[in-house]
Design a binder for this molecule. Structure first.
Ligand SMILES: [Zn+2]
Ligand SMILES: [Zn+2]
Length: 440
């Protein structure tokens, strides 16, 4: 296209290795480090909020529920997440050796290629306008006071835009030039619009990849019991449990999903740094256990902690498969949870608190979790056919009391050792319900 004498010539360029963003760490290594660091820094922030019981009014579950309903210890979660991150980093490290060194130097050339495309697109403008009965060339003739607009309407003809070109031998020639708006649009496309489109396409790919694989994990009993049931040991998710998975599932859904999104959309390593890190933070935010009104990640899309938390409940496990960004697959394929969840959540809270109170009183509790949610201890928690309205060991009078008053009981708040069940067990029911969880 550059050989057309009516088009502005493309500039020459020379390539050089791209200096690392954070010398001396190569970008190909930094892209592996960023998501892991982000995971632990952000999730430890949520953990700090959790153990200090800050923002308890936005908790989705009480500390009592964390203690009584989850079927895995925090240490086991930490161990398995680290195993997944080791696998993910080792895989990425392997790919790094096959990746060529990123080059820099042709950005201006690529921008001009886009400017040339914009110029060529204008050539079909008169034909498009003629379809709707507008004589573009005739109209351009009447717009002599607006030469740029006239030039665009006439098919991208700007005879008055000339530039001086110096050849390598030193001779000077004159050639067509781009209009300022064409260069502005080309730079906007190259530097902002294309990366944004790549980012959105990558999120759509990851959502699609994860929806169908996640759903398959629930539909196929072998897949569920062998792999995915591990993630569902967390009935009360918390931030650093986001990547608590069977290693194979972690690799297939997270590592392969985001890795393929990066390859398919043609991202650069630095774009991938953003994408992997944002995906990681969004995934852990979806498991943070809080419905925050001030967390932008919880309001950019309808997929958030409250939405995904429903999927972690025994009564909602066959719904809300979408993760981590959007919910459109659940809507399109009718797997979105519909209905009010307030009473179900409050039943679980009261049942967990009841067990804590019994523990405190020294009552015998041989299998405490069975009292909360018998369905959560079946061999296949994905099979919720036998569920009778979620976690329910409350008496009729308690239920009536709940539904009529909709008031949560309060008990003593204590600071706790983050990993100590003994101290956690004394924590009470001390929170409210974030508005976003009240699904209508
Ligand atoms: Zn699941
Ligand atoms: Zn989850």
């Amino acid at each position: 296209m550059a050989s057309d004498p009516d088009l502005p010539p493309l500039p020459s360029y020379s390539l050089a290795p791209l200096p690392p963003l954070l010398s001396p760490i190569p970008d190909g290594i930094l892209v592996l480090i960023c998501p892991v660091v982000a995971y632990w820094v952000v999730s430890m922030f949520f953990h700090w909020i959790d153990v200090n019981d800050y923002f308890s009014q936005y908790r989705l579950h009480t500390p009592a529920e964390v203690l009584k309903r989850n079927r895995v210890t925090r240490w086991e979660v930490v161990r398995d997440v680290i195993i997944q991150q080791i696998i993910q980093t080792a895989f990425g490290f392997g790919l790094y050796f096959f990746d060529g060194t990123a080059q820099v130097g042709r950005e201006e050339y690529d921008t001009m290629v886009w400017a040339t495309r914009i110029r060529l697109a204008q050539r079909i403008l008169p034909r498009i306008l003629s379809v709707v009965g507008v004589d573009a060339v005739g109209l351009a003739g009447k717009l002599s006071g607006y030469p740029i607009l006239a030039g665009a309407l006439s098919g991208g003809h700007y005879p008055f835009l000339i530039q001086k070109v110096v050849s390598p031998s030193g001779s000077i020639a004159f050639a067509p030039a781009f209009a300022a708006w064409e260069l502005f649009a080309a730079r906007a496309i190259y530097w902002y619009i294309l990366p944004a489109v790549q980012f959105v396409l990558a999120t759509l790919f990851v959502d699609t990849w994860q929806y169908f694989l996640h759903r398959a994990m629930h539909m196929n009993k072998w897949l569920y019991t062998t792999f995915h049931s591990r993630h569902h040991r967390l009935y009360v998710p918390y931030a650093f449990g986001a990547l608590y998975n069977h290693p194979f599932e972690g690799f297939l859904l997270d590592t392969a999903g985001t890795g393929l999104a990066y390859l398919i959309t043609g991202m650069t390593t630095r774009q991938a740094m953003w994408f992997f890190t944002c995906s990681t933070i969004k995934t852990l935010d979806d498991h943070c256990g809080y419905a925050f009104p001030f967390d932008p990640l919880q309001h950019l899309t309808s997929n958030n902690a409250a939405y995904h938390d429903i999927h972690h409940q025994s009564w909602g496990i066959k719904t809300n498969f979408s993760q981590p960004f959007f919910t459109f697959w659940d809507r399109l394929l009718n797997t979105r949870w519909n209905g009010d969840v307030t009473l179900r959540y409050e039943r679980s809270r009261l049942a967990a608190q009841k067990l804590i109170n019994e523990d405190t009183a020294g009552a015998a509790a041989t299998q405490p979790n069975e009292e909360i949610t018998p369905d959560e201890h079946t061999s296949d928690p994905s099979d919720n056919s036998n569920i009778i309205d979620g976690a329910a060991t409350l008496s009729r009078s308690e239920e009536e009391n709940l539904s009529s008053r909709n008031i949560l009981p309060r008990s003593v708040r204590r600071k706790t050792n983050p990993f100590s069940p003994q101290t956690e067990s004394r924590k009470g029911l001390s929170h409210g319900l974030g508005g976003s969880i009240r699904q209508k």
